[in-house]
Ligand binder design. Structure first.
Ligand SMILES: [Mg+2]
Length: 129
């Protein structure tokens, strides 16, 4: 069963890029998977602790890769039904989340999200075909 129109919150550092804060880390392999999600009518929310110009850097990372963001650190539709400060999403992809598949990349000391395994789980759970 395919999940359509899902809102998916995606962390930045350690998730779509390797940990290098305040710099931008290496591509962790998220780009093709994020594009697939967008093609499947998923809405991506960038959910990150970054702020100010460091947040701008992260937003630019998505723009430069033609990955449209539905929102940044916000879910604009939730304000109609909730006053909670928590950003609502159907799914959260975050290297710090319990159960998020992680791996080690050459030359990087901290683990990063494993997008091959994340993609497998997204297929398993119906977000991708
Ligand atoms: Mg992170």
């Amino acid at each position: 069963m395919a999940v359509r129109n899902a809102t998916i919150a995606v962390d930045f550092d350690g998730t779509v890029v390797t940990h290098a804060y305040p710099h931008i880390g290496m591509d962790a392999g998220a780009v093709p998977v994020l594009r697939e999600l967008v093609r499947n009518d998923c809405r991506l929310i960038l959910l990150t602790m970054r702020s100010g110009h460091l947040l701008d850097d992260a937003v630019r990372w998505f723009r430069e890769r033609d990955i449209p963001l539905y929102a940044v650190n916000d879910n604009p539709t939730q304000h109609a039904w909730s006053s909670s400060p928590k950003v609502h999403a159907d799914l959260y992809i975050d290297d710090s989340a319990l159960g998020c598949p992680i791996r080690f990349m050459e030359g990087v000391s901290r683990a990063v999200a494993d997008w091959q395994e994340i993609r497998r789980q997204l297929v398993r759970d119906g977000y991708l075909d």
